[in-house]
Design a protein around this ligand. Structure first.
Ligand SMILES: Cc1cc2nc3c(=O)[nH]c(=O)nc-3n(C[C@H](O)[C@H](O)[C@H](O)COP(=O)(O)OP(=O)(O)OC[C@H]3O[C@@H](n4cnc5c(N)ncnc54)[C@H](O)[C@@H]3O)c2cc1C
Length: 382
């Protein structure tokens, strides 16, 4: 067993840290307030090789693992969760191409993503189907070598920015098994019948794009099908076994960033004639926060390491996602507490971190769904 990152991994982490410090710090608050994200930053990140590093070299990526992807995201989220989220979500779903795509699809869709010249998203959630993904009803009817897609998805990352989306939809309308009805299609957003309505005023992660999207008789060619017809649910679960591991890294990064802000504040702020860092109550908070972050990090790195070693373990991945998200929510709460009233004001970064944290317990599987998965892995099915 070796807990040491390799030299290459340390170099990647350092480079990601320097990039985030140099590029995010000064613009993060404005991006949050104005709910925008500079496209030039994505291109820069692409040029430096930070986007979708798990994409194979032959398709324009760095050919690294999910642990390296997680290390980069951790550093990005440490400096700003909103920009970190956008730079992660641009390749959200690329895993499906690698796992199930044809050679032609990989060559067409992956290189522009890795270069930071294209944006994608993954549209699963619907108004009446969130945690219960099998209840989604967006329909794709196959006729004459093409699918005709109709339906409505909600809260979709990059819905109003993406060049293309993966759409989880019903193609097997006559199938009686619930898990055999869905497929995953690539839908380019410049096709006739696509519409997106950007959601303004999210609680946090405001630099990142989220939209409700609408498919109205969109015609999609047969070769936009990812993998096999009727296998969409199983393909989706394998995607979650990767995405949830690096969403855990979002939590680790956010928590570490909040802890760093708190440390800086308690070392400078004075009350009762002394630094607030000198109060034992403060020291206990910092000790607990640091320990929780380290625990979440260790579990997250283990989950990613298992994926990279050909053994994605659903239970471990769910544990990492749940515990890192909980850690982020609890650590940022204490970090804000240590800032007193200043933490409540948006000229202090911790306010933005606080608003960003909660979503980690909701998207990519709510904390309740993660616990169902963990319990199942421990107890078996009941
Ligand atoms: C910022 C943001 C970005 C998002 N990006 C995307 C995206 O890119 N693509 C996408 O498809 N979706 C996206 N989503 C949607 C997200 O994945 C869903 O919100 C999430 O899956 C939960 O679904 P829901 O909101 O419908 O809640 P529901 O499923 O209605 O859940 C409501 C509550 O009931 C609980 N619950 C539900 N079922 C059970 C059960 N069986 N046992 C116990 N408790 C249960 C939940 O845990 C939760 O607490 C995004 C959401 C947000 C907020």
């Amino acid at each position: 067993m070796d807990f040491e990152l390799s030299k290459e991994q340390k170099d990647i982490k350092k480079a990601a840290h320097e990039f985030a410090e140099g590029e995010f710090r000064d613009i993060a608050r404005d991006c949050d307030i104005n709910e925008v994200f500079p496209r030039s930053l994505l291109e820069k990140a692409g040029d430096l090789g930070f986007i979708g590093v798990f994409i194979d070299e032959e398709y324009g990526g760095a050919g690294l693992g999910f642990l390296e992807h997680a290390l980069i995201l951790e550093e990005f989220w440490k400096v700003d969760p909103g920009i970190g989220q956008e730079l992660c979500s641009v390749s959200f779903g690329a895993e499906e191409f690698l796992l199930f795509g044809t050679e032609e699809q990989k060559k067409k869709y992956l290189p522009p993503l890795a270069q930071g010249r294209a944006i994608m998203g993954f549209a699963i959630t619907e108004p009446d189907a969130g945690s219960d993904t099998l209840s989604t009803s967006t329909s794709a009817i196959f006729n004459d070598n093409e699918y005709v897609v109709n339906g409505n998805k909600v809260m979709i990352g990059n819905g109003s920015l993406a060049d293309f989306l993966l759409v989880f939809c019903v193609t097997e309308h006559e199938e009686t098994s619930r898990s055999g009805r869905h497929s995953i299609l690539v839908v380019e957003t410049d096709r006739e019948g696509y519409d997106a309505d950007k959601i303004e005023g999210k609680m946090g992660l405001r630099a990142s794009d989220t939209a409700n999207v609408f498919f109205s008789d969109i015609k999609v060619p047969e070769n936009n099908l990812i993998g096999k017809r009727g296998q969409g649910f199983f393909q989706l679960m394998q995607f979650f076994d990767r995405s949830r591991a690096y969403v855990a890294a979002h939590g680790v990064g956010l928590a570490q960033g909040a802890l760093d802000l708190a440390i800086k504040h308690v070392k400078t702020r004075e009350q009762f004639g002394q630094k607030i860092a000198s109060f034992q109550a403060t020291q206990f908070k910092i000790a607990e926060m640091a320990t929780r972050v380290e625990l979440a990090r260790t579990l997250t790195h283990k989950a990613c390491w298992m994926i990279d070693h050909g053994n994605p373990d659903t239970g471990t991945i769910a544990m990492a996602k749940w515990s890192a998200a909980r850690t982020a929510v609890e650590v940022v709460d204490e970090a804000l507490q240590l800032h007193g009233g200043y933490g409540y004001m948006n000229d202090h970064d911790v306010e933005r971190f606080y608003r960003a944290a909660k979503v980690l317990e909701i998207y990519e599987g709510t904390k309740e769904i993660e616990k169902i998965i963990i319990a199942r892995s421990v107890l078996g099915r009941y």
